[in-house]
Design a protein around this ligand. Structure first.
Ligand code: FAD
Length: 507
């Protein structure tokens, strides 16, 4: 072969133009690497799902006639790092040119940009052909909020528009109609689970003493590992979840772990599915099922992928590398131990953490308004919060994890994403979930032992950051409410919060 083409673990895009032709001069290389298993402690299902999906992807390329060199952890264990490993391969195979697809992570982008200085071969970086905007898209929408970014993309890709280019239904946003609590009688679809035996891979992880977190039954891995399975999961979503997606998007419950969410983030982030294919297929599906599915559900879903997903990526590339260091609220406390085992008396947190350990998954509102909100209120250091989110979720890759965690949920970026912190008391959690009924803590009380920690911590948070937030018009009412408490009430609330902050691990 004259050309080496590197495929990273999150570049499993079978429809990339690279693969249009079989070329005997091209050798594809895929590698399982310690640098990828070790940059943070990952959930065991995440490592297994990535490696298993990579193996299947390499098989599919081989079946299609391409030459592929697949290197397992055994094969790469003597590589000092990816760059030197690639340099060795180029020398062995007398490679004239090396191509790679633009990495989505800053870390890998920096690393691979050093290749030209190391190799005799020519080096080229190609597009991943995955995203709907370019890396520098932020430049086109400086300082703009997600909503405007999203509208521009709706127009550009002609999504949910009428003939005149106006939004279908006369509005860009149907959030007002969505976001209900889950009624006790509302049936939930049981999630479509895959059933992949990955024991051999699991043994390999153990042999190499890879440190992981969370649980797995390696005989029955539940995540889709091929494009075919990913399409199957998408079809399941259209048929069983879309009709209620927006309505219960923000609902939280003890009754299930994914409600009407798609669980497509892993398929998207590994590039097994293309965002535009999901968006257009969803729109078309809705057009033929309008009796069962309202526009609000479809718009709510498309907004997540066309809007939020592209938006956070644009922000990531605009603000890195500084973004990863930001700590606007000067938060310093360590992450409570219960984030790693889920044993806490707070019923909502126990559900969110335990299901994350069990399935490497929590839906958006659990991530934002439970685990994220708690860390925000308690003033946990964003490095520790990031490490947790980057490790535990099946879909966690830094370009999407970091803006969501450090930005949206921890306000550590000073408000690039969120115009106010996503801080909430038990009032919100009770309104949107069924967790409070059986909880050890009383969601109605703000003070004393047994009061819900979210209440006193909420006020403590607002009180201690008063200088930062009191001029924010979106918080004016909240501060006015705080001022209505008598001094002794305020003192009691703050004292309760202080007590809880001293014993976070015991909550
Ligand atoms: P659905 O609810 O079915 O939504 C459909 C798709 O929309 C998702 O698959 C995802 O691709 C996209 N999407 C939805 N919300 C967002 C968002 N805020 N940003 C980017 N894309 C979005 N998402 C990740 O993919 N990886 C992460 O590491 C990640 N970390 C997060 C950390 C925190 C603190 C928060 C608050 C959110 C995070 N998200 C992350 C965003 C979102 O929570 C997940 O994409 C979603 O929960 C995945 O489940 P789903 O596929 O069932 O999503």
């Amino acid at each position: 072969a004259r050309e080496l083409r590197l495929i990273l673990g999150d570049q499993l895009n079978a429809r990339h133009s690279w693969y249009r032709q079989v070329d005997s001069d091209v050798l594809y290389v895929m590698a399982e690497l310690r640098q990828e298993t070790d940059y943070v402690v990952h959930h065991v299902q995440k490592v297994l799902a990535f490696f298993a999906a990579m193996r299947k992807f390499s098989q599919a390329l081989k079946t299609a006639g391409h030459q592929v060199l697949y290197l397992t952890l055994d094969d790469t264990q003597d590589w000092p790092d990816l760059l030197q490993g690639l340099a060795q391969l180029c020398a062995t195979h007398k490679i004239k040119s090396l191509r790679y697809q633009a990495p989505d992570e800053y870390r890998l982008d920096q690393m691979l940009s050093r290749l030209p200085g190391l190799l005799d071969a020519e080096v080229f970086m190609d597009d991943t052909e995955h995203f709907l905007t370019s890396r520098d898209a932020w430049q086109n929408y400086p300082n703009s909020r997600m909503e405007f970014f999203y509208r521009a993309l709706r127009r550009h890709y002609r999504v949910l528009l009428d003939e005149a280019g106006q939004p279908l239904g006369g509005r860009w946003n149907f959030d007002q109609e969505n976001r209900h609590k889950l009624p006790a009688k509302q049936p939930l679809p049981s999630p479509l689970l895959f059933d992949e035996d990955v024991t051999e891979l699991h043994d390999q992880l153990q042999r190499h003493a890879i440190q992981t977190l969370g649980q797995v039954d390696p005989k029955h891995l539940i995540w889709p590992l091929t494009r075919k399975d990913a399409k199957h999961l998408f079809q399941f979503f259209l048929e069983h979840c879309l009709a209620n997606f927006g309505r219960y998007q923000d609902a939280m419950t003890d009754r299930g772990w994914s409600l009407f969410h798609s669980r497509l983030s892993f398929c998207l982030n590994t590039k097994m599915l293309h965002p535009l294919e999901i968006i257009q297929t969803t729109e078309n599906y809705w057009k033929t099922h309008q009796e069962q599915i309202s526009l609000a559900q479809v718009e709510g879903f498309i907004r997540q992928i066309l809007g939020w997903r592209e938006y956070v990526r644009a922000l990531y590339w605009e603000k890195m590398p500084d973004y990863a260091e930001m700590n606007e609220l000067a938060a310093t406390r360590p992450l409570p131990e219960f984030y790693w085992h889920g044993k806490t008396h707070m019923a909502c947190m126990a559900q969110a953490i335990q299901q994350s350990l069990e399935h490497a998954y929590a839906h958006h509102i659990q991530r934002l308004m439970l685990t994220g909100n708690f860390a925000l209120l308690a003033g946990i250091h964003p490095d520790q919060v990031d490490a947790w989110y980057l490790g535990i979720y099946i879909d966690a890759i830094e370009w999407v994890e970091l803006p969501n965690t450090r930005g949206m949920s921890q306000f550590a970026d000073g408000g690039w994403i969120a115009s106010k912190p996503y801080a909430a008391s038990a009032n919100y959690i009770h309104k949107m979930s069924d967790h409070c009924a059986g909880c050890h803590y009383d969601h109605k009380r703000k003070t004393g032992q047994g009061s819900c920690p979210f209440n006193s911590l909420y006020w403590h948070f607002l009180h201690r950051h008063r200088d930062q937030f009191c001029k924010n018009p979106r918080l004016a009412l909240t501060y006015a409410n705080w001022n209505k408490f008598s001094t002794s009430e305020q003192e009691a609330i703050l004292a309760t919060a202080e007590t809880y902050l001293q014993q976070l691990d015991q909550l």
